[in-house]
Design a protein around this ligand. Structure first.
Ligand code: AMP
Ligand code: MG
Length: 350
């Protein structure tokens, strides 16, 4: 298949170009497009065939449901039933934006889109390109991240081209995305709203709007790896670079010393080594490929660069990758949740 690349201005997309992509969606085709979180791989959410094609293109297990992207609150009402009052409160506060709500579904969205579940994940993105595409196509767009299943999520059109060129109808290139981490997923089908995937909208922000919010114990980190996460996608190996990634945790001086030791050991055994450092620490490393993920104190920069850095390690061919740990009080566990999954929870404490 020839994949059409459609370049647009991310802030003011040319509506004629958006229409080309919208026509593809209306005919059941697949289009990758930028959102404020990561690039999505979109198809008409009401078309079971389009959803099946999304799973095939990504190599995604068909029990891992897709998020339905909308451009108006009334579309949430159209596809759900028993909407709790929190849905309106949270959407008023955070939509359009990087938050996904899980609600009970009615019959409008087929089970192929929701991985066989009776609930549906819904998001109203803020990105002008995503918005224009949903509006122009007249479709609600089912869209998981536009990467090959298991790989780091795509934050640039180049990442999408690398994974999906030749497998989908079109890719809208709107440059790098803003946030770089997937949306916060909030389950509204339980008694208390529950975070199934951490993201830019954190627990405190949600609690200000709806009071008590829980975090799914399945996603909390190393000590909880045996608890099964509720979001099917959080159970799979994910975000992984091709090399063996380990996180080194502890006081900064000790972390640097240990990473240097491990890097030397790796290089001596003939392996290609990659190191994920920060602006503050990058000059302390002299072995292998050292990539700075950003300023240690700027969580948003780290979030923005994380997936790109993991992909750059693949480009370099790193076989052993050592990463510093990042303290992220604002985004909370959103960054470390991704990094821990990418490292299959391998953490070296020093
Ligand atoms: P992605 O779009 O690739 O970021 O993945 C969507 C995420 O949302 C995956 O982790 C899914 O398992 C999760 N998800 C989608 N729909 C549901 C649902 N109805 N219940 C729980 N998790 C869901
Ligand atoms: Mg994904």
């Amino acid at each position: 298949m020839n994949t059409q690349i459609i370049k647009v201005d991310p802030e003011h997309p040319d509506i004629e170009k958006i229409r080309i992509a919208a026509e593809i969606l209306k005919k059941g085709g697949l289009v990758a497009f930028p959102t404020e979180t990561v690039y999505g791989l979109g198809g008409d959410a009401e078309d079971a065939g389009a959803s099946k094609a999304i799973y095939a293109a990504k190599g995604r297990p068909s029990d891992n449901p897709l998020i339905v992207h909308i451009c108006d609150y009334s579309q949430l009402e159209k596809i759900s039933k028993d909407l709790p009052p929190e849905a309106k409160k949270l959407s008023d506060a955070f939509w359009p934006g990087p938050m996904t709500l899980i609600v009970n579904k009615n019959g409008v969205i087929p089970h192929e889109t929701t991985g066989g579940l009776d609930t549906v994940a819904v998001r109203f993105p803020s990105h002008p390109v995503a918005n224009a595409l949903i509006r122009e196509s007249g479709c609600m767009i089912a869209a998981p991240s536009a990467n090959t299943s298991g790989r780091p999520s795509p934050t640039k059109a180049e990442h999408v081209i690398h994974d999906l060129n030749g497998k989908i109808d079109a890719i809208i290139d709107g440059g790098p995305v803003q946030i770089g981490l997937e949306s916060t997923i909030v389950d509204l089908t339980e008694e208390v709203p529950t975070i199934l995937r951490p993201g830019y909208i954190n627990k405190q922000m949600l609690e200000k709007v709806v009071g008590e919010v829980k975090v799914d114990p399945g996603i909390l980190g190393t000590e909880n790896v045996h608890v099964r996460p509720k979001a099917p996608g959080m159970r799979y190996k994910h975000y992984a670079p091709k090399g063996d990634l380990k996180i080194v945790s502890g006081d900064q001086d000790k972390v640097i010393a240990e990473i240097n030791r491990l890097a030397e050991e790796g290089e001596n055994s003939g392996k290609k080594v990659g190191i994920i450092a920060t602006e503050e620490t990058k000059d302390f490393y002299h072995i292998g490929k050292v990539i700075s993920i950003g300023d240690r104190t700027d969580e948003y920069e780290i979030a923005h660069n994380l997936f790109d850095v993991l992909r750059k390690m693949d480009e370099y061919g790193a076989e052993l990758i050592y990463s510093e740990e990042f303290s992220t009080p604002k985004i909370g566990n959103a960054i470390m949740n991704r990094l821990l999954k990418a490292a299959a929870h391998q953490v070296i404490e020093v």
